[in-house]
Design a protein around this ligand. Structure first.
Ligand code: PBG
Length: 333
């Protein structure tokens, strides 16, 4: 029996929010937030060699590239509208003090020159850390207590930041969580005429299980211990504001929150606490987790990715670093 609803049974409502959800055009008309496509950054892992494009097993669809292959990839990224790449060097040679990191012919330096030569408009961001260059996998120099020594590590970071600037990076992104590194890097860059080089600091970086696949990709798993004496405790929110404010006071142009999914309250709070652009890093484990569900047929990839990145925008992120950036940009075309 067909149900017929008499006019008289209609509720007497003044507000009917569903009116604004009645069609795709209506929903588009009233949409409150959108992912800023110009704010997407694609990470790229750079390895030695020629014509290397090797998939990272825990990040299906994400490759490690030799420099020539990275240039090809950067061209493809530019074609779909990606305007910034974040470089990670994954060198063969590692030692206790990350001495390969400030080599003028290091992977990041060479890749930067090659990408800027081919695509002068592409913004090159260099992740600035030591963990990919140390044989113990920690982000700095280990002292006799087995801990990362702060001030000596800052000195290394400063040397490498200068080397990256000399190679032509647009943005250095210190990801080590040492105290005082932003101010030291800013001063050193300015003294050498690199006042135009931007600093995007990993201001709020939590010690996280979600970096697992990255450490496989970058071969940077700590050989002993963990990173809890320098990366933040995931229980802390006030401390995030302290870190963000300290970095802004020391000259950070952009501050980042990392990881993303479990920390959207932090993105919102940092957005409200500082006036510089806020970036969020949708990390390797977040990528791997979603991809695994997609590969099992449990989740629809495109809708899930849009919903996830939309959540970052809604939380207040201006910039999104994601291994999905290329796909999102391609679909937006
Ligand atoms: C370097 C660095 C890490 C990531 C970005 N920079 C790894 C770590 O701190 O262990 C993680 C990125 C990701 O998981 O996608 N210190």
């Amino acid at each position: 029996m067909a149900l017929s609803i008499a006019r008289s049974t209609a509720l007497d409502l003044l507000e009917r929010p569903r009116r604004l959800r009645s069609s795709a055009a209506m929903r588009d008309l009233v949409r409150e937030t959108r992912v800023n496509l110009g704010g997407l950054i694609q990470p790229l892992f750079i390895v030695p060699g020629q014509r290397v494009r090797s998939e990272i097993s825990s990040m299906p669809g994400v490759m490690r590239y030799s420099i020539d292959a990275a240039v090809t990839e950067a061209r493809e990224l530019a074609e779909v509208g990606i305007r910034a790449v974040l470089l990670f060097g994954v060198p063969d040679f590692k030692d206790a003090v990350a001495s390969g990191n400030d080599d003028p012919d290091g992977l990041v330096q060479q890749a930067t020159r090659a990408i800027k030569d081919a695509l002068p408009e592409m913004l090159v961001v260099a992740d600035l850390c030591n963990c990919e260059y140390t044989d113990h996998g920690h982000c700095g120099i280990i002292n006799d207590r087995g801990d990362v020594e702060n001030d000596a590590t800052v000195e290394l970071l400063v040397r490498t930041a200068i080397s990256y600037a000399q190679a032509g990076v647009d943005i250095v992104a210190p990801s080590d969580m040492m105290d005082g590194r932003v101010g030291a890097i800013r001063r050193a860059l300015d003294e050498r005429g690199f006042e135009g080089v931007t600093i995007m600091s990993y201001a709020v970086k939590y010690a996280s299980a979600f970096y697992g696949p990255f450490r496989e990709a970058a071969d940077s798993t700590p050989a002993f211990g963990d990173r809890r004496s320098y990366q933040m405790d995931s229980a802390n929110a006030r401390e995030a504001l302290r870190e963000a404010r300290l970095d802004v006071a020391q000259g950070a142009d952009i501050v980042m929150v990392k990881p993303a999914l479990a920390y959207l309250d932090i993105v919102r709070a940092v957005r409200e606490a500082v006036d510089v652009p806020v970036a969020v890093y949708n990390v390797s484990g977040e990528y791997a987790m979603l991809k695994a569900a997609v590969m099992n047929g449990w989740i629809e990839e495109e809708r899930a990715v849009d919903e996830m990145l939309g959540g970052f925008a809604r939380a207040g992120a201006d910039i999104i670093i994601s291994y999905f950036a290329k796909d999102v940009a391609r679909r937006a075309r």
